[in-house]
Design a protein around this ligand. Structure first.
Ligand SMILES: C[S@@+](CC[C@H](N)C(=O)[O-])C[C@H]1O[C@@H](n2cnc3c(N)ncnc32)[C@H](O)[C@@H]1O
Length: 367
């Protein structure tokens, strides 16, 4: 659901233009034939010569008697073009990163910029949820969703021995609807609601404001002699804090962590099996200035995450795949959650939707 939203923001990958990286030895960056519209890089049945060259050269060029270099096709766009460009700020920014690096960027870096770039990321400046937005999530469909999560949270709090002070953390709260329904549904259980310190991990300033309103927050003065104010939810009286990342949430209290459709928003790396092993799919700018997929020339550091992911599957399962994607940020976040809970006590409820097993290419729904 979320990854589909990438196409709304910038239909950059909509043509399935997945191409192998041109060989180093071929200094003219000639356009290569596109692969299938399903964005897989299947070898074409009758490959044009330059594609064959690409693969062969990557494995080691055959010795040649003469070398001729055709520079006529070199893609060398002017740095300061005066031609009008229809590119959005984000597209210009992505292209400038690729130009600055002097080469393609990973799908993960592309995805992270598209979703959370501080100036023009998909989530950053607007409310993307609901019928008038780009997608609808379960808490927005029915208040029962947040209420049921509230029942789970209260049961856990009971099992934890009804601590007087608890950090209730939600990762990526969207509009804050889940938390509002949780607080409203549990408002009769005063000991529970009194124990709560709410921490919302949200990168979007626009959504932080929406969450402030959804939780009916108001500023409360801290103590009689203090002039410091802090937001308090009008639904339950619990203090509410915002953070850009989980590591910023103070530890030291028993902790309950909620995440609904948060993992889905974390950037993924994609890999393709080739004759020279697994190569990372990268994003480059083509001669006609559109984005295109290419394959990494060299083993990329994120291959380590691919081998980590493959260790959790049987060799027979891995063998079936030509394409595999991995989400290192999800692995790191899960480790971080596990460490925090083993330190502070508590539990986590992580809800997302997807296949239980190796994922091949969840970006293929862009179109
Ligand atoms: C798909 S939405 C889910 C929203 C909400 N949980 C729901 O179910 O309606 C993802 C949420 O995570 C936030 N988000 C995405 N990437 C983030 C990041 N790296 N750090 C913090 N928040 C992030 C988005 O702004 C948004 O609030």
């Amino acid at each position: 659901m979320l990854r589909r939203s990438l196409s709304r923001l910038s239909p950059l990958l909509s043509n399935g233009a997945l191409r192998p990286l041109p060989p180093l030895s071929s200094l003219s960056l000639r356009p290569l034939r596109l692969s299938s519209s399903s964005q897989t890089l299947n070898p074409p049945t009758t490959p044009p010569p330059q594609e064959d060259d690409a693969i062969n050269d990557l494995e080691g060029p055959a010795p040649r008697m003469t070398v001729s270099i055709d520079r006529s096709g070199l893609h060398n766009p002017p740095e300061h073009s005066h031609e009008a460009s229809s590119d959005s700020e984000l597209v210009k920014h992505l292209k400038s990163i690729i130009r600055f690096r002097g080469g393609p960027i990973s799908v993960a870096e592309y995805m992270e910029e598209v979703l959370t770039n501080p100036h023009s990321g998909f989530y950053i400046n607007r409310d993307v949820f609901g019928a008038s937005g780009d997608f609808v999530t379960s808490p927005e469909v029915s208040q029962m969703f947040g209420e049921m999560v509230g029942v789970w949270t209260m049961c856990l709090w009971e099992q934890m021995g009804q601590p007087e002070n608890v950090n209730l953390i939600e990762l990526g709260p969207g509009r804050g609807t889940l938390m509002a329904d949780l607080l409203r549904g549990s408002s009769k259980f005063v000991n529970f609601t009194k124990s709560l310190n709410i921490h919302l991990v949200e990168c979007s300033p626009a959504l932080q404001k929406v969450q402030y309103n959804t939780l009916k927050c108001a500023e409360d003065v801290l103590g009689e002699e203090s002039s410091t104010k802090r937001p308090i939810s009008g639904i339950s009286g619990a203090p509410v804090h915002w953070h850009a990342a989980l590591e910023q949430v103070p530890s030291g209290l028993p902790t309950i962590i909620l995440a609904h459709e948060f993992y889905d928003a974390l950037p993924i790396h994609q890999f393709q099996k080739t004759s020279r092993g697994w190569c990372e799919k990268m994003i480059d700018v083509s001669e006609d200035s559109s984005f295109q997929f290419v394959l990494s020339r060299h083993p990329s550091p994120s291959l380590l995450y691919l081998s980590k992911r493959c260790k959790w599957a049987s060799a027979a399962e891995v063998e079936q795949f030509e394409h595999i994607e991995v989400c290192p940020k999800a692995m790191e976040l899960t480790e971080q959650i596990a460490k925090r809970i083993s330190l502070d006590g508590g539990g986590a409820l992580i809800i997302d939707y997807g296949k239980n097993g190796i994922v091949s290419d969840s970006l293929q729904i862009i179109g």
